[in-house]
Ligand binder design. Sequence first.
Ligand SMILES: Cc1cc2nc3c(=O)[nH]c(=O)nc-3n(C[C@H](O)[C@H](O)[C@H](O)COP(=O)(O)OP(=O)(O)OC[C@H]3O[C@@H](n4cnc5c(N)ncnc54)[C@H](O)[C@@H]3O)c2cc1C
Length: 448
Amino acid sequence: MFGTYCRHMAVSVPRAWGHGRGVLDVARLHVRSYSGSSGGHYKVLVLGGGSGGIAMSARMKRKVGAENVAVVEPSESHYYQPIWTLVGAGAKTVRSSGRTTASVVPSGVKWIKSRVQEINPDKSTVRTDDGKEISYQYLIVALGLQLHYEKIKGLPEAFEHPKIGSNYSVKTVMKTWKALQDFKEGNAIFSFPNTPVKCAGAGQKIMYLSDAYFRKTGKRPKANVIYNTSLPVLFGVKKYADALWKLVKARDLNVNLRHNLIEVRPEKQEVVFEKLDSPGETVVYEYEMLHVTPPMGPPEVLKGNLLADPNGWLDVDKDNLQHKTYPNVFGIGDCTNLPTAKTAAAVAAQSSVLDRTISKVMKKEKPDKKYDGYTSCPLVTSYNTVILAEFDYDGQPLETFPVDQSKESRIMYHMKADVMPHLYWHGLLKGLWGGPGPYRKIMHLGMK
Ligand SMILES: Cc1cc2nc3c(=O)[nH]c(=O)nc-3n(C[C@H](O)[C@H](O)[C@H](O)COP(=O)(O)OP(=O)(O)OC[C@H]3O[C@@H](n4cnc5c(N)ncnc54)[C@H](O)[C@@H]3O)c2cc1C
């Protein structure tokens, strides 16, 4: 254990304390490492080794050299979360969604296997749960968001019971598939919370897939499929919402707007929704199958931190992703307050902008590349069709392909199920995929 500390410190001595320090300082440093308080210094420190954190680690490695980059990530496993939609419907295995974190951290980049407990941007330091203090010159915050199943009464304990699942967690995604297979007759209920979420389409994608599964297995006549959403709309972008409403009607799916899940009673197989437009009014449903999209919120460590906005999200400039008050801090992905839908597709587009912003800041120049809010949601509508929603900050479609993407497409399903995972593991995580922007121009013959 000690050997590891000292070896680690020996590497970080020159960078932590600058050149020209004598033997005495090095000896002192070893005393510090003995107490376990110093975690070294890095030119670029990345917090979070998810989609955004690994993509930026790869890009920073190319920019400043692997030995000058570290990523703090407590988890042994890294997941390609978008595929959980298909895992919950039995179309992909959960195994195919994960790899070890060790295998995705770029070679030579230091993986600090700890949880960030405190960020002190005034001192440019971070404290981890094992008591180490790490200092940085530039900080990239990529901490994702938190799932709050516990904010629904009866959860997460109700996941111990059958007939309930959630594609949002690796722990519960297989429970969705089990509930789907075990379905006999009754209500199949799908919820959507009244908080910001990642992939706002995932809660209804599993509804379309479940409907398709019931049809395939002859159970559809006995199923009442219900999507209860807190939102006042089915989807935030009108073009795709219009297409989805048509689909919902054609497939006899029941959508109730402004309904928020507040309680699960697994013994009775009942759920309670509050009606957001009639305060105090609730409605109880029996269920034969329940899929929960949980409330979500910012990472704990950001709440109340100097880096956060009043809602707890990382407060960054929406054009260049630099922090609004700390110029050596940057953000990417779900943990930020960028006013766009939180997706891995957005992370990809953000990664190329952030790469450019950091280059400029390192050269003491003004950031010049602007993020347009590009995000994408492949709305899986059956086991072989997808409506590929792509849009910007203004909720305007920003489509890559020169076709009407609000139409269900088999090619887009193939993209979602087979091409995008490949692009994720071999493109985004290697810092080589910055979103479809350049291809969009080519596809539209330079017109977009
Ligand atoms: C069911 C589902 C379907 C989805 N479908 C799509 C889709 O079709 N298309 C799409 O583009 N996106 C989709 N997404 C969303 C996409 O997966 C996320 O938006 C994306 O992964 C966000 O990347 P991130 O780096 O911001 O966060 P994450 O990838 O979640 O990474 C955050 C990392 O931070 C780490 N972390 C957290 N707290 C700490 C701490 N205190 N210290 C250190 N590390 C910490 C976590 O362990 C995690 O590894 C889907 C997500 C789900 C769950």
